[in-house]
Each structure stands twice: as C-alpha cells, then as structure tokens.
Design a protein around this ligand. Structure first.
Ligand code: SF4
Length: 328
C-alpha cells in the first residue's frame, strides 16, 4: 500500500518559479509514488487578515497553476482547507494536549508577532496546532517540506506523539521529505523568491514579461564591466541556470569565469531556458482558464474525498478523548 503524503500551501494567487521549483514540481513527482493530498490552506491565510477580499480569486489562480503544472485530481486529492471543517474541530481538540510553552517558543511566531505588532492574534500562536491538525486528520505519513519548515514539522510530530501517549496510538508521526532544491533566491539574489520581496517571476507571465524580468536580475557584484572575470558560484542567475539550462551549465560557468560571456547574454540564455521549460505549462493553463469550472469541479471532488477520511479520524479521536461513548 502506498504511503500518504500531505502538503498545504497558502492561497497566494498566481504562483512563481520559486513555488514551482521548491514545491509544485515536487508535488507533481510525488504523485507517482504516494497517495497525495494537497490542500490550499485558506484558514492559515487569515492569521494576517490581508487581502481577504481577494481570497477566492487567489485560490482560483493558484489552482489553475497547480492543474497546469500537472497536479491531477484523478490521482491526488486537491481541496481547500475550510471546505473540510473537521480540521477546525481537530485543531481545538489537539490544542488541549499542546503545552503553550511549545507554541510560544516557535521562531516564526516571534517573527510574525514582530511583523504585525498591531495584530498578534491567537491564530498566530495556534498556527502549528492547526498545521498538525491538517496533517494528522488525514493520517499522513510523509510531508514534503523545505528546510525552513522542519521545526514546524518537528512540532507536529511532538503533538502527535503526545496525543498518542495520552490516548493511545492514533496518529502516525509524519516524516519529512526534503525537496531537492529547497532554496530558490529571487531576482534580487538576496532573499528567497516570494511576493513579500517583489523579486519573483510568475509561471503564467508571458515570454516577453519573463525576459524583461530576468534582465533585472542581480548577478555577481564583482563583475562591473563586460571584461571582468565572473564568479558563477555567487551569481543567482547561474543558480537559476541549473534549473532551466542544465545541459549548458558547465559551459556557462567556464564562459563566465573567462569573461567569454557577458551578463546580458547570459540572462538572455536564462530567459530562453525558462520560456522553453514553461511553454507547455502556459498552454495548459490557458486551456484550464478558458474552462474555469474545472477548478470548482476538482476542488469539490477533492473535498468530498478528504471529508470521508476526516470524519473517520475525528470520530476515532472523539471516542479516544471520551467525547462520545466508546464502541465495543
Ligand atoms: Fe552570472 Fe552569467 Fe554574469 Fe556569470 S555571466 S556573473 S553567471 S549572469
């Protein structure tokens, strides 16, 4: 029997190549080996209360990207977190076995509290408990994560372990599956590619928009003139070549070090590589966008399937916690 994978992603609208390389491409590949459950975590998105008026649009755009990238509703369960409300009930029940000290120590809570001092809400503190509920509600055994999420997953494992030790074996302790390319820097070469830093290229961008953005990418800062010898190992454009021009990456390194290629031409090559890799994706996305009901159909089918598992787990949890009569 295949192991079950769970992963959730916030509804951030149109996805960028950082999402693609760091998560989506991996999600698609995992469908070959695992039973996969992929969830758009809209409740998590409420912790910041930003852009709630665009939430539905963001979910729709993100799903178009997921479907176009190859996430297949016939093979994987794709759904929106709040469409299976059992997760909120399990969140409350798990909160009873989670010491507050564990949550207050989480580095991302402290960081979020710093970033939104006007709104340090309970949801921010309870975020890891809701994340645990997301995973264990479906008894997922494997969670694909980037290195930065490992502490969250460890906390989920601790909460599951604590529940199991009090109420008896119930949840598998989810194991991490690190993605092969966990860190994709943005065009500024300084931070992880993301909408927060406005340093990203959307998967759905046109070839022209993509080329224009690539030309703005920061390169080796020591290479100020065309004749300067380059250092590809410190250049984010070179890093992106690994993903989009892998067959030529050794040649580009040699050419950069000897100033045989200039940064402008090197970026043009990268733009070609990205546009060629994403050509099929863009065609499929346009086809899905022309038939918007396909997103609603995928999500409603997914939430029905997810809810079957969720109801079963929740019934077991309630019985073990004494909320309902034990069956004999
Ligand atoms: Fe980077 Fe390419 Fe310029 Fe070298 S030639 S510094 S790899 S952009």
């Amino acid at each position: 029997m295949k192991q079950r994978v769970f992963s959730g992603a916030r509804p951030t609208g149109r996805q960028h190549i950082g999402n693609y390389l760091g998560a989506i491409r991996n999600y698609v590949a995992l469908q070959e080996q695992y039973d996969c459950i992929y969830c758009v975590v809209d409740i998590h998105a409420l912790t910041s209360l930003e852009e709630t008026d665009r939430l539905q649009e963001s979910i729709h755009e993100m799903m178009l990207d997921w479907l176009a990238a190859g996430l297949d509703p016939q093979r994987s369960i794709l759904f929106v977190q709040s469409h299976v409300p059992e997760v909120m009930e399990l969140h409350t029940l798990l909160s009873m076995v989670t010491p507050l000290g564990w949550l207050l120590r989480v580095p991302t809570f402290k960081e979020k509290a710093r970033m939104q001092p006007h709104n340090v809400n309970y949801g921010l503190v309870g975020y890891p408990v809701l994340m645990t509920a997301d995973i264990v509600l479906y008894k997922a055994e494997v969670v694909p994560v980037g290195e930065d999420q490992l502490p969250h997953l460890e906390l989920a494992r601790e909460i599951a372990r604590r529940f199991n030790s009090i109420f008896g074996p119930t949840f598998p302790e989810p194991q991490s599956k690190l993605t092969s390319f966990p860190l994709v820097l943005g065009l500024n070469g300084a931070q992880k590619m993301g909408k927060t830093y406005d340093n990203y290229i959307e998967l759905a961008a046109t070839p022209e928009e993509t080329s224009k953005l690539v030309m703005t990418a920061v390169t080796d800062p020591a290479r100020r003139y065309r004749s300067d010898l380059g250092h590809p190992e410190v250049c984010n454009v070179f890093n992106l070549h690994h993903f989009f021009s892998s067959a030529r990456v050794d040649e580009i390194a040699v050419e950069c070090r000897s100033a045989g290629i200039g940064c402008v031409d090197c970026k043009k090559l990268l733009a070609q590589g990205i546009n060629s890799e994403l050509e099929g994706f863009r065609e499929r996305r346009a086809a899905f966008a022309a038939r918007p009901q396909c997103v609603a159909e995928a999500l409603s089918g997914g939430s029905r399937q997810a809810q079957v598992i969720a109801k079963e787990t929740l019934a077991e949890v309630k019985e073990k916690m004494g909320l309902v009569q034990r069956s004999v």
